[in-house]
Ligand binder design. Structure first.
Ligand code: C2O
Length: 519
């Protein structure tokens, strides 16, 4: 993969953006479960960059995970790094993206994982398959945006939402290039929907057609039919669409889900076209998308997600964690901050994984709190101003190899409540329950789904609510946990687990690859 600056025209003007191989979005990689991947990334752009393989478990290959200053120092302009990792027991749709400042705004692509050779989908083989990658487009320079947000500024609103890089018919100068997906009557199409937007939760619908959800985050789900999806940034959803309507053209459309009161966003709609061939050049109609703040649609949708088969939920729990996730203000009160357990994560200028492995002191401290420092009414409207300004630091939480972890993610109403998509690197986890208000360990345990909870790598924690996830810490390394709304993670809504080595080769992270970029 060659990272380079490329002129791209959108919304009536041409900008030089950072791309992979000159493509926007970048190439969608197609692999099989069980494959060993070797991907050489050459940086020919003027910025430092890393690539992250979002959702890939990276078993014992933390060196290939990619987040800048967490598992590696960046690839400098002119440099290169070869990412080597295996796909182990994951099938469906993932994606890859830059993990340096805001560069992922344009540096991203799909990662499709087909079943192992000789095995097949747990559903009828579709006639065709297409990625549907939701994104955002800025007319301004995204690196300037990142610098502004790093100093506590508010992110500016993107100028368009996109599907496979194209804003679609409803935006200026965009109708010629609208993404078109061909279908033939009577056939079923698998759409691999990815939310690659930088800062926006998105609804997605197809006019006149129901969708059958069959997978999410590269895990199969029990099939269910729905007219709308909601994906937080980072999430993927695989759906089957049967071409069973009169042959014509139908819009697929996406727009923001934004429950945070008073937060500005682009409320226009991005479109692509589902086109029956043969069919005729009819003017497509729009699907009916939910209102931008319709949380009940989100609650109903997420409640229907179940693992395809019964699963082995980690039990009993060895480590109980409760992390508050919320926004805040900087010390001087003039800018925005964000935190977990009142710690605003500070990215170091040396890789945490290297520091951990080589015992380099002074890069991080191991005192990330297992619970909020003070208890309060997390989702109340009258939260004391004393709780608004978090402490800054590069704090990590050590986990013993093999321990069973329950993590409660508790949203807060500090400054403004939001639906936060929380992503855990290096792990899939089971989402046992979600709810509104403050998590109640006694009463809410009764709601846990211990039979067939969905397996995800990113959970959208409901606005003014909570989610409970469980995983086994069976992958040694340093693993970033963060809100996938990039403005929030930049403001500090992140932490990292340090999972210690176990015993023997299969439980141990080996030495860094020789070409790991120097710090
Ligand atoms: Cu998709 Cu840390 O990222």
């Amino acid at each position: 993969m060659q990272v380079q600056a490329t002129p791209v025209e959108r919304l009536c003007n041409t900008r030089s953006i950072i791309t992979v191989n000159g493509m926007f979005p970048g190439p969608t990689l197609q692999v099989r479960n069980g494959d060993a991947l070797t991907i050489n990334v050459v940086n020919r752009c003027p910025y430092n960059i890393t690539i992250h393989w979002h959702g890939v478990r990276q078993m014992r290959t933390a060196w290939a995970d990619g987040p800048e200053f967490v598992t590696q120092c960046p690839i400098r302009p002119g440099g290169s790094y070869t990412y080597r990792f295996d796909i182990e027991d994951q099938e469906g749709t993932l994606w890859w993206h830059a993990h340096s400042a805001f560069l992922r705004a344009t540096v991203y692509g799909g990662l499709v994982i087909y079943p192992r050779n000789g095995s097949s989908y747990p559903f009828e083989k579709p006639g065709s398959e297409f990625p549907v990658i939701l994104g955002e487009w800025w007319n301004s320079n995204i690196v300037d945006e990142a610098v502004n947000v790093q100093s506590g500024g508010a992110p500016s609103i993107s100028d368009a939402y996109t599907i496979n890089g194209q804003p679609g018919d409803l935006y200026n100068c965009s109708s010629q290039a609208t993404t078109t997906i061909p279908v033939s009557s009577g056939q079923t199409t698998l759409l691999r929907v990815v939310n690659a937007a930088l800062n926006t939760n998105m609804f997605f619908s197809v006019a006149g057609h129901a969708m059958t959800v069959v997978g999410a985050d590269a895990s199969y789900t029990k099939p269910f039919s729905t007219s709308v999806l909601m994906l937080g940034p980072g999430q993927t959803t695989d759906v089957l669409v049967a071409a069973n309507q009169p042959p014509a053209r139908y819009y697929m459309a996406a727009r923001a889900y934004s429950p945070a009161v008073g937060v500005q966003f682009d409320n226009t709609t991005t479109t692509a076209i589902l086109e029956y061939r043969p069919g005729g050049q009819t003017q497509p109609v729009l699907p009916c998308l939910p209102e931008f703040n319709d949380t009940s649609v989100v609650t109903d949708f997420t409640a229907r997600m179940r693992s395809h088969s019964a699963v082995d939920v980690p039990d009993p729990v060895d480590v109980h964690l409760l992390f508050t996730i919320g926004l805040g203000v900087t010390d001087n009160g003039n800018g925005s901050a964000a935190s977990m357990n009142n710690v605003s994560f500070l990215l170091p200028s040396f890789s945490i994984l290297q520091a951990h492995h080589l015992r380099v002191p002074g890069v991080f401290t191991q005192d990330f709190p297992v619970a909020p420092p003070v208890q309060f009414d997390y989702t109340g409207t009258n939260i004391s101003r004393d709780l608004w300004a978090p402490v800054r630091g590069t704090k990590v939480l050590p986990l013993r190899y093999g321990c069973r972890v329950q993590l409660v993610l508790q949203g807060t109403g500090i400054v403004v409540a939001e639906n936060h998509p929380i992503h855990v690197h290096g792990y899939d986890f089971y989402v046992l329950a979600e709810g509104f208000g403050n998590f109640d360990p006694a009463a809410d345990a009764a709601k846990f789904n211990l039979a067939d909870p969905p397996q995800r790598n990113t959970v959208t924690v409901p606005v003014n609510g909570w989610a409970v996830v469980r995983f086994v810490a069976d992958n040694p390394g340093v693993w970033l946990v963060h809100c996938h709304i990039d403005a929030h993670s930049t403001w500090g809504l992140a932490m990292a687990f340090v999972v210690e080595d176990g015993v023997g080769e299969l439980q141990t992270l080996g030495p860094p690859p020789p070409d790991l970029p120097a710090c």
